[in-house]
Every structure is written in C-alpha cells, then in structure tokens.
Design a protein around this ligand. Structure first.
Ligand SMILES: Nc1ncnc2c1ncn2[C@@H]1O[C@H](COP(=O)(O)OP(=O)(O)OP(=O)(O)O)[C@@H](O)[C@H]1O
Ligand SMILES: [Mg+2]
Length: 412
C-alpha cells in the first residue's frame, strides 16, 4: 500500500469535517514535483517572499471550479523551463502541462480529486486550427464532464492580500467575490456565468465582424437575457440568504455586516416578475447593438456591485479604516463558511494568504479560535511562522524554501 495513504488514516475524522490528507503538484509554477501528506486541521506555510507559499494555496484553489485564487491563465502556470531542468520529477507529463491532485477526507469518506491541463486542436474558423488548453477534472479516477461538478465534493473559500482592497477597488472584483459565494452554495452558478460569457462573446463577435446575421443575433440576445436574469436572481437570493444568516447568527467578536446589491436587473427583479425582466433584458441588448461597438462600457446591464455596510457605524466598508475593512471581510467570510456548513453539511476548506496583515494580536487569536469552531482545514501562509505558534497542537508547520517544502516542529 502507498505509504502516503497510511498517513491519511492518522487524520482524526471527528476533528475536521473536510480536509485534504494529501496534495500533489506536478509542473505547477515553481514546483516541478511536490507531495505533501497532511494530518492536521491547520496547515501553516512559512517562508521568505517569493519562496512559493501562495503558489501552494493557488494549487489547492484549483480543486474548485474557475481560474484559481490568482484568476490565472492556464498557460502561465506550468513550470518555466529553467526550473523544469533543475528538479527531477518522478512523473512524466507528455504534453508538458501541469497537474494538481489531492485526497479529500469528508464525512468518513476518502475522495481522490485531480485536475490537469490538456491541449486540444480546435477548428475556430473554416480551415483555421488553433491549439487550446483546457482543464480536465477527475473524481475517484472518473473524468467529470465539467469542472463545475467539483463543487459537489468540496468547497473552498480564500482570502488573498489583494482582497485588502476589495471594498475600494473596481466593482468587477466585488462581483467575482459575490459570484464565488453564490457558486459555493449553488454549483449551477459557475455554469451560468461561463455560458453568459460565451454567449456575450459570440454576440460581440458578430457585431464586430460586420456580417450581421439578424436571426442569430436575436437568438443570442434571447439566451443572454435568460441566463443574465438567472445570474442576477441567484446573486440577489444569495445576498438575502447571507444577510438573514448574519442577522440570526451575529459574531460576538467580528463586526456585524449588511450586504447590499445594486444593478439594473437586480433592482428590477425587486419589483417585476422574471419574465418581464427577461423581456427588458432582451430589448436592452437590441438597443445596445448600435452603441456597444463605439463604447465598451455601454453595457450597463452587468454593472452589478456589492456594498458591505458596517452595521454599528452605518457606513459603507469603503469608508472604514484598513483594519476595519479586514475585519468586515473576515466577518463575511466566517458567516459564509458557517452558512455553507449549515446548508451543505460540511464546512469549506479555508485558504488564508497572509491573513495576519493588518490584524492586531487580539484579532488574530480571535480569528483562529472562530476557525477552530468551524472544524475544517485551514491553510495559512506567513513570512513569520512564529505568529501562528499558538497552533502548535492543531497545526502542521512547513518551511517553504528553494522550490521545496520541509515539515518543521515549533518549540514551546
Ligand atoms: N510558471 C512558473 N514557473 C516557475 N516559477 C514561477 C511560475 N510562476 C511563478 N513563479 C515563481 O514562483 C515564486 C514563488 O511565488 P509565490 O507567489 O508563491 O511566493 P510567496 O512565497 O507567496 O511570496 P510572498 O511572501 O512575496 O507572497 C516567484 O518567485 C515566482 O516568480
Ligand atoms: Mg504570497
């Protein structure tokens, strides 16, 4: 029997509801090959800047649908050649793509998950061929028809240093943040989003080509209106659900938050039935045919934004201090995790990249104790491993250095 498999049996399955007991990376960023055997609820990765901590979290994030925590292009992930020649790999990948695989422990069951990149030759125009890269996903050695099915097996929530600017940066980041929350609860949401992008791209392409096929445009507009309205409705329902949960289960440490959604379609759904909204959407798309080519921002239909209100002070997060914004974000994430656990029966795995920045000692300890209550596995990165020394009984500590990783013990 594989030695690594024995390690997962050390996992106390009553201790955590969802955890990875093994993670393997092949040709992934600065790792030609890496295998980690895991047996604790907290996984702490410490190392200097640029040592490869976030890359490991990013690899885990590819166990859910989408483009991972960096929203990366598939092609930029595989190990650059200079590293590929330095590190020996026991696994041969014939298309030189990358792969991540893991063993998940969930409700007493062990599930194996793998994702990799596959190159395909696709005909884009008559007689014009293009090599495209596509992500493939396996569960228990069976190929899944879509990566969206991954959500049935595990859910992940992440916080990255870039999210420190979530409330003050561009609306598209808040939209993706909200869409990740919706997708964690409703696995169909990612399918709707990719279908919307695909339809919208085709619609724009026809208009740009100048070869207007009116029937095809009408058909696309109808489909866009249907999917677009369903996306808006799902976002609206999710915000209402999370608000209700937060109101009923306020945190005794992190601040109370109320989420607000703005957007033409979402607002219209407050007042009108979905069929009316779909008609409005379709007619608006038709009007956009003329303006969209001159002005890319003409499509006001998808300008949905999410605002977080700091309830006690009754001010939007954008006007709060840096530390307050971080606390509001943690409050939302913790509520999402609790609500997911209540809804789906198992908690999400948390990926917290440099989460201690902007948090005083008191808040950091409070966060760790709230996470312990969730009974899930949490991955933490830090440049100073000692800031998580209080986790010595529940955590596995790794030093990340020279494109490799070594388990270390933290002395009392
Ligand atoms: N495709 C790739 N092939 C090889 N190396 C890569 C690839 N993509 C990124 N890297 C390198 O991986 C290294 C580690 O990046 P990572 O973001 O994981 O560091 P980190 O430990 O999180 O650093 P920090 O503390 O600054 O956040 C970087 O030096 C980066 O240049
Ligand atoms: Mg990093």
């Amino acid at each position: 029997m594989d030695k690594a498999l024995n390690v997962c049996c050390d996992f106390d399955k009553t201790e955590v509801g969802l955890a990875l007991s093994r993670l393997t990376l092949v040709n992934f960023r600065n790792y030609k090959y890496l295998r980690l055997n895991l047996n604790k609820p907290f996984i702490v990765l410490g190392g200097e800047n640029g040592s490869g901590k976030t890359n490991i979290l990013e690899a885990v994030s590819f166990l859910s649908q989408g483009r991972g925590l960096r929203n990366a292009k598939l092609s930029e992930i595989k190990t650059f050649d200079f590293l590929a020649s330095q590190q020996p790999s026991p696994i041969f990948i014939n298309n030189n793509g990358w792969a991540v695989s893991a063993q998940i422990e969930r409700a007493g069951e062990t599930i194996s998950v793998g994702t990799a990149v596959e190159s395909q030759i696709k005909e884009i125009e008559y007689n014009e061929l293009k090599e495209v890269e596509r992500r493939i996903v396996h569960i228990n050695n069976q190929k899944l028809s879509s990566q969206n099915e991954l959500g049935n097996y595990l859910s992940l929530i992440w916080i990255t240093p870039q999210m420190d600017r979530l409330f003050i940066g561009g609306a598209q980041h808040r939209r993706s943040f909200l869409d990740r929350i919706v997708s964690a609860f409703d696995t169909d949401h990612s399918r709707r989003l990719s279908s919307y992008d695909n339809l919208y791209r085709q619609w724009l392409q026809i208009l740009k080509s100048g070869k207007i096929n009116t029937n095809w445009l009408i058909s696309l507009e109808e489909q866009i209106a249907g999917v677009g309205t369903a996306i808006a409705a799902a976002r609206r329902e999710q915000v209402a659900k999370l608000n209700a949960f937060m109101e009923k289960n306020p945190d005794d440490f992190f601040p109370d938050v109320v989420l607000e959604l703005s957007g033409t379609i979402e607002k219209l759904l407050d007042e009108k039935p979905a069929v009316y909204v779909e008609d409005f959407y379709r007619e608006s798309m038709q009007k956009l045919r003329h303006s969209i080519l001159n002005n890319d921002t003409a499509n006001t239909l998808n300008k949905t934004d999410l605002t977080a209100i700091y309830k006690r002070k009754n001010i939007p997060a954008a006007l709060c201090s840096t530390g307050e914004q971080k606390s509001l974000l943690l409050s939302i994430i913790l509520s999402e995790a609790r609500c997911l656990k209540a809804n789906r029966g198992f908690p999400p795995i948390l990926l917290l990249d440099e989460v201690a920045a902007h948090l005083d000692d008191n808040k950091r300890q409070a966060l760790l104790s709230k996470i312990k209550d969730l009974k899930t596995q949490t991955w933490l990165t830090t440049t100073n491993i000692l800031e998580f020394s209080s986790l010595r009984n529940d955590g596995q500590f790794f030093e990340v250095k020279d494109n490799n990783i070594t388990e270390i013990s933290i002395e009392r």
